[in-house]
Ligand binder design. Structure first.
Ligand SMILES: *[C@@H]1O[C@H](CO)[C@@H](O)[C@H](O)[C@H]1NC(C)=O
Ligand SMILES: *[C@@H]1O[C@H](CO)[C@@H](O)[C@H](O)[C@H]1NC(C)=O
Ligand SMILES: *[C@@H]1O[C@H](CO)[C@@H](O)[C@H](O)[C@H]1NC(C)=O
Ligand SMILES: *[C@@H]1O[C@H](CO)[C@@H](O)[C@H](O)[C@H]1NC(C)=O
Ligand SMILES: *[C@@H]1O[C@H](CO)[C@@H](O)[C@H](O)[C@H]1NC(C)=O
Ligand SMILES: *[C@@H]1O[C@H](CO)[C@@H](O)[C@H](O)[C@H]1NC(C)=O
Ligand SMILES: *[C@@H]1O[C@H](CO)[C@@H](O)[C@H](O)[C@H]1NC(C)=O
Length: 404
């Protein structure tokens, strides 16, 4: 009897080991194939009109994921970060810029920060970290820093040769998780960036798409901008969970029923909604400078159809959608998968997407609808006319829409 159990046990262990090996082999072979396949894009991006975009001579693509907070941009950023091999990915490098340009009153000078963001992005897209370095605190010494925000969120900054041998006694706040590395050498990062085929940067800090015009027009770049948006009601619900003092404030406002125009939170919400809408209006209008370079994606669509949307995003960028990325998406969107718990971005997406409707007081929903009405309309988020409609599970508040 005992022998039987032992044999069964060994058999299971062996199966687990084989399964893991397979995974590793699959990953390695993906890496090898992605290196061997020629990196030229399958075809030049062609707009329906038939004329084709000029592209950077070496086929290099510069992808900017333009989002605002709590729109799932970390998750969508992973679509590019997980590409690994031939992608250089940076997670929120403008965090440093915003931090340094924050005024004493907690705000930022929109025009000054707008141009700083654009200039830093331009340099980063050219694999040059020098301007960013001037915003990092404490300042890097001989291009070495221990303070780069969320270094661990960029595979490119945690793999060899950017991952230098671990140095004892040097504290790095945002250290690599996948392996132990020495402090970040930005010269090495720059060299690695130049060797990768494509670049992707995620940012939640750019307020107006218009401010990026000269960057998009820069002939050294072949920009693709993906704007990620989300239902502002859900964003507010999510913010309230994260910041509970905020929640009390909003609840108090909601009880009043009226929208207090002089309230700071209301003003911020309106400002955010307007900025997002204005940027999207610019993009959707397809001015010459943006034609074929702008894509609008709703968080709700990504959460419900992650694979389909990721494929669309890759098609738009003109970069092959590798099986490494597909595998990552499959794993991180299936709550029951074996890697459960590794990624904080993991949840049952279709269920999560309209969860806010059952947690948010209707009066508050009404208030957001008043403040952000035009934004809801533009992106196809239906108004909840009454409390019954808000909480009726058989009625979705997301209109099916296709944008560019
Ligand atoms: C893509 O565009 C480049 C430059 O405009 C051109 O040289 C190349 O032949 C095009 N490739 C295809 C497949 O159309
Ligand atoms: C085709 O492109 C031209 C200029 O590039 C533009 O003026 C025209 O409106 C476009 N037509 C369509 C159907 O998109
Ligand atoms: C904001 O920055 C711009 C450009 O640097 C400057 O001209 C302007 O005076 C600043 N405004 C405020 C309110 O500080
Ligand atoms: C980065 O850009 C700065 C400013 O344009 C320039 O002085 C510097 O030489 C560049 N660094 C590299 C490595 O190209
Ligand atoms: C950082 O990397 C560059 C490029 O490989 C190298 O020349 C430099 O010595 C490195 N800096 C340090 C402090 O190791
Ligand atoms: C996720 O939620 C949806 C909708 O409630 C459900 O149909 C699906 O089975 C769930 N998936 C998993 C893996 O739990
Ligand atoms: C929910 O919506 C469905 C579809 O519009 C409707 O048939 C149903 O009566 C609604 N239920 C409630 C409780 O209002």
């Amino acid at each position: 009897m005992r022998l039987k159990y032992t044999i069964t046990f060994i058999f299971i262990v062996a199966l687990v080991i084989i399964e893991r090996e397979n995974n590793i082999i699959a990953k390695v072979s993906d890496k090898i194939t992605s290196k061997q396949t020629p990196q030229t894009p399958l075809q030049n991006f062609t707009k329906p009109n038939g004329s084709s975009l000029p592209s950077a001579p070496d086929g290099r693509k510069h992808i900017l994921l333009l989002a605002s907070t709590r729109t799932g941009s970390s998750f969508v950023g992973e679509f590019f970060n997980q590409q690994g091999g031939n992608m250089f990915y940076l997670f929120e490098p403008l965090w440093h810029v915003e931090r340094m340009l924050t005024l004493d009153n907690g705000g930022t000078n929109a025009s000054a920060s707008g141009s700083a963001y654009r200039d830093v992005l331009r340099q980063l897209f050219l694999c040059n970290f020098s301007l960013l370095e001037s915003f990092i605190e404490p300042p890097p010494q001989a291009h070495i820093t221990t303070a780069l925000f969320r270094r661990e969120s960029s595979q490119s900054l945690c793999e060899k040769p950017v991952c230098t041998p671990f140095v004892k006694k040097v504290f790095e706040r945002y250290h690599c998780r996948t392996r132990r590395c020495g402090p970040l050498n930005l010269t090495l990062a720059s060299e690695s960036c130049l060797q990768k085929q494509h670049l992707a940067i995620k940012s939640v800090r750019i307020r107006q798409l218009e401010t990026l015009r000269t960057l998009v027009e820069d002939p050294r770049m072949d920009m693709r901008i993906i704007q990620l948006v989300r239902d502002p009601r859900a964003v507010l619900a999510s913010r309230m969970v994260a910041f509970s003092s905020n929640y009390m404030h909003w609840k108090r406002l909601a009880i009043g029923g009226e929208v207090p125009e002089d309230d700071n939170e209301v003003r911020k919400l309106r400002g955010n909604c307007d900025n997002i809408r204005l940027s999207a209006e610019v993009g959707l209008k397809q001015p010459t400078w943006l034609r074929g370079r702008y894509m609008l994606v709703r968080y709700e669509d990504i959460a419900r159809f992650p694979m389909r949307k990721a494929a669309e995003m890759y098609r738009f960028t003109g970069i092959p959608f590798t099986s490494t990325v597909k595998t990552w998406i499959l794993r991180s969107t299936q709550a029951s998968s074996a890697v459960s718990g590794i990624y904080s971005t993991q949840k049952n997406s279709s269920q999560q997407v309209e969860k806010w409707r059952f947690n948010m007081p209707f009066k508050l929903v009404q208030m957001v609808q008043k403040v952000c009405g035009p934004t809801l309309n533009l992106f196809g988020y239906k108004f909840a006319e009454n409390e019954e409609m808000l909480t009726n599970k058989s009625m979705s508040l997301i209109e099916e829409r296709t944008f560019l």
